[in-house]
Design a protein around this ligand. Structure first.
Ligand code: FHN
Length: 424
């Protein structure tokens, strides 16, 4: 096992012009849809079911036979994402169970060869999204509960516990990943990002990230590399991600990177449901107000929100998840200017408000509150005028010693009252 640092120190990654341009696009996008969908959805117990229920490889191998999503319609999904105002999707091409959702020539353990559905889901989804002008990123799990060459098990691996760890062959596994990534980046047109996950299963392993990232950038220079290792960004990465947390926060305990918010474009990911993959006992459904606040607070931190849906095994996205997306889309069709293409505000979002900025306009998003006035300290702008974003009605304010006090209109029962601050 090599040392972690050996794989990515001593490099001087120079992003290509295409890559830098794509980072700009990414930063302006602010909203993407995450999709966790695989054969695990059949069991309706989340994407970790193999590990959590300690299902053996032989038992799990029966699952693809039941994966026959006859209601899957990539074009309908893409239309929904467009209607939601999403600028990109990130799709789980292969999650920790090691099952490939495309017609991989390198592994038969894939949707075309092992399921009665026999259709290349990745291909259909990419084509449908591109037709709607939505960019596509691929989630790719580094962790694998299925393959022998990944052995010995890492920190997780209920399904593979007890297997013969002498079968492991790390360099073979790394080569396998490179071959699969080559397929994904050669056969599906422009792919705008690779979203790695699972490094934390074997954090001290030499993952050969230098070679892997170089391969990606060679195959598609614009393709942005992100890695959900919950650490400060490694060399060769193009964006920094934060799981279920806002940049700088660490409420989940994942984020040892929480206080190490770098300069790369940022993305926060979170769910509409309680879990990522489909759960039958889906009892933690977020309201529109909650998901909207998540999006706005992420933007206030200068970050995108990647909001997850977990489609059902028949290929449908649950009605309430569709509703949340449509509600966001409706809101963004009115307030998009205050989110897309903005920078984060100079003051960090709180539970009461978030600020976004575009040129000399600052948008003050006030979340549903009973308060009659709002006080923001340490605001480094000279405010000339405060008005409602809708209707341009002037609002009373005072601004002394970097503290802004704003009178709130009596009816703040909107999920997010947006005010425009005109600054000098
Ligand atoms: O284990 C995965 C989990 O299933 C899911 O894919 C999330 C998404 O951020 N990432 C991992 C947990 O860190």
């Amino acid at each position: 096992m090599g040392s972690v640092s050996a794989s990515y120190s001593q490099q001087h990654y120079q992003p290509s012009p295409e890559n830098l341009k794509n980072r700009e696009w990414f930063e302006q996008s602010r909203f993407g849809v995450f999709i966790h969908w695989g054969v695990y959805s059949v069991l309706g117990d989340g994407e970790w079911v193999m590990n959590n229920q300690n299902i053996s490889l032989d038992e799990y191998a029966l699952l693809p036979k039941f994966f026959n999503p006859i209601s899957f319609n990539a074009k309908e999904w893409a239309k929904l994402f467009k209607q939601a105002g999403a600028k990109y999707i990130t799709f789980t091409t292969r999650h920790h169970d090691g099952f490939s959702m495309w017609d991989s020539q390198i592994s038969d353990y894939n949707v075309v060869k092992k399921s009665p559905f026999k259709r290349d889901i990745v291909k259909e989804l990419v084509e449908a999204c591109h037709a709607e002008g939505i960019k596509v990123m691929f989630y790719y799990s580094l962790l694998d509960w299925h393959r022998d060459d990944y052995l010995p098990v890492g920190k997780t691996g209920g399904g593979i516990a007890g297997r013969d760890s002498t079968k492991g062959d790390w360099s073979h596994y790394v080569q396998f990943m490179k071959s699969q990534l080559t397929e994904l980046l050669s056969n599906y047109g422009n792919i705008d990002g690779i979203w790695f996950d699972g490094h934390w299963d074997k954090p001290n392993e030499d993952w050969h990230f230098k070679e892997i990232y170089e391969l990606i950038h060679k195959l598609q220079p614009q393709c942005l590399v992100g890695n959900n290792h919950h650490l400060a960004p490694f060399e060769g990465e193009d964006f920094q991600m934060f799981e279920r947390d806002l940049p700088g926060e660490n409420t989940t305990g994942f984020g040892t990177n929480a206080h190490d918010v770098g300069k790369l474009p940022k993305e926060v990911c979170g769910t509409i449901a309680g879990s990522w993959g489909f759960e039958l006992k889906d009892r933690t459904r977020k309201s529109f107000q909650e998901v909207l606040k998540y999006l706005v607070k992420a933007a206030g931190h200068g970050s995108n929100l990647l909001l997850n849906v977990g489609p059902m095994p028949n290929g449908e996205i649950q009605d309430y998840q569709q509703e949340r997306l449509k509600e966001l889309g409706k809101w963004l069709s009115v307030y998009g200017e205050t989110i897309y293409g903005t920078e984060g505000g100079a003051v960090s979002p709180t539970d009461d408000y978030a600020l976004t900025k575009k040129g000399n306009q600052v948008y003050l998003h006030v979340f549903k509150t009973d308060k009659k006035e709002l006080l923001i300290n340490n605001l480094p702008y000279q405010v000339k005028k405060v008005s409602t974003f809708i209707g341009k009605k002037e609002i009373k304010f005072s601004h002394k010693n970097n503290s802004l006090r704003v009178d709130l209109p009596t009816s703040t029962d909107e999920a997010d009252l947006v005010l425009t601050l005109t600054i000098k």
